[in-house]
Write a protein that binds this ligand. Structure first.
Ligand SMILES: Cc1ncc(COP(=O)(O)OP(=O)(O)O)c(N)n1
Ligand SMILES: Cc1ncsc1CCOP(=O)(O)O
Ligand SMILES: [Mg+2]
Length: 231
């Protein structure tokens, strides 16, 4: 099973912005390399401006970096993931949102072994998930926890109490539960206490002066915090 505990959503825009502002001098594959070396075990490529061809080229580059050391997931781009997997490139799956390709269709295209993440932030999203065959969705991304500048159309912040309640409602659905939105250093223990299997971050790593140090801190904080009770 993939390890989503510290999940880097590597965003082309946020990374380029940090580079242009002199926050760091790294390209997206370099940010991923530092994060994986620091202990990140799951990476998503989020390239909202990319064509399918650009996503494919970037995914090949990032896959050469992750190279089986971290699970690699593509944001939205089901067809690209299917193509790359067929070509033997180590891409593990995709993350889709509520207005992207449906999970049933994505699963049919990807096959049973791939990772399929789905955004879920409303009770009706969990109802729909309950009606799908087990194994259709591998993980849900739940957020936002706090407000974020990274996604213009992000759902409203739930806070940690709202996160806990939503994750509890998703218990027993057989999916990993990943918190997202406005998270960073200092948060792993609260995310874990709320019942999440992982936390996904964009700016906390992509826009940090040292993505390596930022990732290492999140890794250490996650590992040092108590696991939530099983159930
Ligand atoms: C882990 C994770 N959770 C949620 C999202 C958001 O996906 P989506 O709702 O499709 O929005 P975009 O990222 O496509 O703008 C995510 N990417 N990853
Ligand atoms: C992709 C996405 N989906 C919900 S919030 C979000 C962006 C999270 O970015 P950040 O970690 O910078 O707040
Ligand atoms: Mg999407």
């Amino acid at each position: 099973m993939n390890d989503p505990s510290v999940y880097l959503v590597a965003d082309t825009r946020i990374t380029a912005q940090a580079r242009e502002r002199g926050v760091h001098a790294l390209t997206l594959p370099e940010v991923v390399a530092e994060a994986v070396e620091a202990g990140v075990r799951m990476v998503q490529i989020r390239a909202k401006d990319a064509t399918a061809e650009e996503m494919e080229a970037l995914a090949r580059e990032v896959a050469a970096v992750t190279d089986g050391r971290a699970a690699l997931v593509l944001n939205d781009a089901v067809d690209v993931a299917v193509r790359l997997r067929a070509a033997g490139v180590p891409v593990d799956g995709v993350h889709v949102g509520q207005s992207d390709r449906s999970p049933a269709e994505a699963r049919a295209l990807l096959g049973p072994a791939a990772h399929l993440g789905l955004s879920a932030n409303q009770p009706e999203h969990l109802e729909a998930l309950r009606r799908l065959p087990r194994g259709t969705v591998s993980a849900i991304g739940v957020g936002t926890v706090r407000a974020t500048q990274t996604k213009a159309d992000a759902p409203a912040p739930k806070g940690f109490d709202g996160l806990r309640d939503f994750l509890a409602a998703a218990e027993g659905l057989g999916v990993q539960r990943i918190a997202i939105g406005g998270l960073g250093p200092g948060d792993p223990s609260r995310v874990r206490e709320a019942g999440a299997d992982g936390m996904a971050v964009v700016s906390a790593i992509c826009a940090a002066p040292s993505p390596r140090e930022a990732a290492a801190l999140l890794r250490a904080e996650w590992d040092a915090s108590a696991p939530h009770p099983a159930g």
